[in-house]
Design a protein around this ligand. Sequence first.
Ligand code: PLP
Length: 397
Amino acid sequence: MKALSEKNAGIAASLTLAISAKAKQLQAQGIDVVSFGAGEPDFNTPENIRNAAIERINKGGNGYTPASGLLELKEAICRKLARDNGLEYTSKNIVVSNGAKHSLNNVLMAICNPGDEVLIPGPYWVSYYELVKLADGEPVIVETTAANDFTVTIETLNAALTPKTKAIMINSPNNPTGAVYSEALLRQIGDFAVENDLYIISDEIYEKLIYDEKHVSVASFSEAIKERTIVVNGLSKAYAMTGWRIGYTASNEAIAKIMSNIQSHATSNPNTIAQYAGIEALDGNQDTIETMRRAFDERRQYMVKTIAAMKGITCVNPKGAFYVMMDVSSFYGKKVNNLHIEDSLSFADALLETDRVAVIPGIAFGADQYVRLSYATSMDNIVEGLKRIETFIGKIE
Ligand code: PLP
């Protein structure tokens, strides 16, 4: 048979999804695994949103919608962007997609030409790298460090800049580090993008899950910045709607049109019932977000305090999202139960094998010193899981 697509055969599977699936599979076999792998809230979708979907199913009229989404949902998104982010858009700027991951795919397809470089602060969310490659772009990682609270600086961005640089990805609050970019830094990045004629892809999916600071949207600083920024957001994390698959972008009209055209061929419209439920999510009562945020905050504080007391492990206090990165590199080159720990993958494997705790190896985020723990799981699981990790590291020699 003839060779398959060279470009696409080289796309790696999502390691985070693979490990969460492995943990779920072990649990289904009755094995007592504590999983810190989840990338989704452990809460149910709020009742008002569920009811809106049920009503819509019963009412009927759930055929195709326009490819880029229902006008009523786009208008609700415009109201949200004005209310929460101080951003004025019209429905022509909005494209609704099958989750923010799909939105990111559309954005990159709309802006990249072969060889265009996209700056990605690292550690980075696992899909950014592969999505840039899928769009024929070149991912360029701009490393951040724990000492800098995992945020880029203008110096590191400048050092990565070439004539081929097309865009910069910003994800604040950040997955996997929990970093939140300050307003001052975002202003600098906005100006840097204007000066160097770059697009900014601003992934704000975790905007509501923020603990010590206020979320600021980079597009809100000036018309010049807004014009070149594509705001990416969605309902998955704020409304515990991961499986409903609704994400959206706000961008200039030219970009929105290309994305809408791509989507019209690739998927038609996002799920109609989920779109109607999305109107209720954005326009309805918002109290459940705060309930969820407080629960995450309590768990975050417990996790950071407990991890900080563990020998050989350090972590940076996450300011947003629901992940903690643990630096476990002091154990590399050692052994547990005859299993060699050489890197984040072998650490995660040994931990799962020996003490039945699932974590995501940092290599999935380009950060092999670390493993990522999600606190989107119950306090009981967190207490038990951290106890097991402590037992595990006590056995390493
Ligand atoms: N962006 C980031 C940083 C994420 O962590 C995720 C999900 O884990 C997404 C985007 C995609 O979310 P969804 O496709 O569920 O809207």
